[in-house]
Design a binder for this molecule. Structure first.
Ligand SMILES: Cc1cc2nc3c(=O)[nH]c(=O)nc-3n(C[C@H](O)[C@H](O)[C@H](O)COP(=O)(O)OP(=O)(O)OC[C@H]3O[C@@H](n4cnc5c(N)ncnc54)[C@H](O)[C@@H]3O)c2cc1C
Length: 320
C-alpha cells in the first residue's frame, strides 16, 4: 500500500483532533506516514500511532522554525521524491496552505485546498470541496501527482486505528530559496482560554441582533459555560462588539462544529459560507422568516435579550 504523507507542524499539533481527522482521511488513501516537525516527542508519536500513523518521520532542526514555510516544504518535497506517496495531506491552516502551495510547485503536482472529504478514485484520490458559499460540492482529481491536499478541520471524524509507529529521523538541509526569508521574532497571542474557533466542537455566535457589546457579552458567557468558541457576523466585528478574529463567513473563518448556536444572526449567504458545515445548528431569532431558521435543526423564535439570559441561568443552575 502506498504511503500518504501527513504534515504535523509541531508536537503540540500531534494531539489535536484535526490531526486525528487528517490521519483518518489519510487511511482512506493509503498508509499514513507523519512528517513531524520538531523533536522526537514520545507522547506525540504515541498519539499519532493511535490514529494509524505507521511511520513517523521526525524533522528536528532549529532552522525549520527560523526559515518557516519554505524550509518545511523542502522537507516534504525531499520525502515525497524519495517515497512517491499516493498523496500529501495537510490541515487547512494558513501555515499549512502556504506549505502546500510550495510543495505542489516543487513537485509539479496538483494542489486541492479546503477539502471536506477525500476518497480513493480509479486514477488517484478524489477530493470534495464545498464551493460558492457552501451551496455546491465539487469532486476533483489532480491530473499530476502526488496530489497535495489540505483538509478542513472537523471535516472528517477521527476514528482510532492503533499501530505501533516506526520512527525515522530525517536529515534537514535548508536550501538557498528557504534562506531568503528568515523569521526574526515571534510573539504569542494572549490566550482567551477558549478553544480555537476553527477546531471547536461547539461554537456560540452572535449577530447584529444582539444589539450592543453588552448583548454580545451574554454570547461570551454562554460560550464559556459550554466550553465553546465564540463567533460573530461581520456587522458585529465592524461595530467592535468583539474582535475581528471571531468573524465567521466568506471573508472570515470557516467552522464545522458539532453544535453551532447562532443568536441574532439573519443567515446571509456570506455568513452561511463559513458555518454551513456545522453538524447541528440551533438558531435564536425574533423574526420567524429569518433565513437562518430555514437551515437550523432547532429554531427558537424569540428575543436574544430574553432567551440567552434564561439559557445561561438554566445552565448555571444545572451545573452548580
Ligand atoms: C463581499 C462580502 C463579504 C462578506 N463576508 C461576510 C462574512 O465573512 N461574515 C459575515 O457574517 N458577513 C459577511 N458579509 C455581510 C453579510 O452580507 C451580512 O450583512 C451579515 O452576515 C449580516 O449579519 P447579521 O446576521 O449579524 O445581521 P443582520 O442581517 O442585520 O441580521 C440580524 C438578525 O438579528 C435578528 N434580530 C434582531 N434583533 C433581535 C433580537 N433582539 N433577538 C433575536 N434576533 C434579533 C433579526 O431578525 C435579523 O435576522 C459579507 C458581505 C459582503 C458583501
Amino acid at each position: 500500500m502506498s504511503e500518504v504523507l501527513v504534515l504535523v507542524p509541531g508536537a503540540a499539533d500531534a494531539v489535536r483532533s484535526s490531526t486525528f481527522g487528517l490521519l483518518t482521511a489519510a487511511r482512506r488513501l493509503g498508509e499514513p506516514s507523519v512528517v513531524l516537525v520538531g523533536p522526537d516527542d514520545p507522547e506525540a508519536v504515541r498519539a499519532l500511532g493511535e490514529y494509524g500513523a505507521a511511520k513517523v518521520y521526525v524533522a528536528d532542526s532549529p532552522e525549520l522554525a527560523e526559515y518557516g514555510s519554505v524550509a518545511t516544504a523542502e522537507v516534504l518535497v525531499d520525502l515525497a521524491r524519495r517515497l512517491a506517496p499516493a498523496a500529501v495531506l495537510l490541515a487547512s491552516t494558513r501555515l499549512s496552505k502556504d506549505v502546500a502551495g510550495i510543495v505542489a510547485v516543487r513537485l509539479g503536482s496538483g494542489v486541492l485546498t479546503d477539502a471536506v472529504d477525500v476518497r480513493p478514485g480509479s486514477r488517484g484520490p478524489v477530493v470534495t470541496q464545498s464551493v460558492f458559499a457552501g451551496t455546491h460540492l465539487v469532486d476533483s482529481e489532480a491530473v499530476r501527482g502526488p496530489v497535495v491536499i489540505t483538509l478542513r478541520p472537523n471535516a472528517v471524524d477521527p476514528e482510532p486505528a492503533p499501530v505501533p509507529p516506526a520512527v525515522e529521523r530525517v536529515e534537514v538541509t535548508v536550501g538557498e530559496a528557504a534562506r531568503r526569508v528568515r523569521v526574526v521574532s515571534r510573539t504569542a497571542k494572549a490566550s482567551s482560554g477558549r478553544p480555537d474557533l476553527s477546531e471547536a466542537s461547539v461554537v456560540v455566535a452572535g449577530g447584529r441582533g444582539v444589539g450592543s457589546a453588552e448583548g454580545f457579552a451574554v454570547v461570551e458567557r454562554l460560550a464559556d459555560l459550554l466550553g465553546a468558541a465564540v463567533g460573530a457576523t461581520r456587522p458585529v466585528t465592524d461595530e467592535k462588539w468583539c474582535s475581528h478574529e471571531y468573524q465567521i463567513g466568506q471573508t472570515g473563518r470557516t467552522v464545522a462544529p458539532q453544535l453551532y448556536l447562532a443568536t441574532g444572526i439573519s443567515g446571509a449567504i456570506q455568513h452561511r459560507a463559513g458555518m454551513q458545515g456545522s453538524r447541528t445548528i440551533v438558531a435564536i431569532n425574533k423574526d420567524p422568516k429569518a433565513p437562518i431558521l430555514a437551515i437550523a435543526d432547532l429554531g427558537v423564535v424569540g428575543d436574544h435579550h430574553v432567551v440567552l439570559p434564561r439559557l445561561v441561568e438554566e445552565i448555571e443552575r444545572r451545573t452548580q
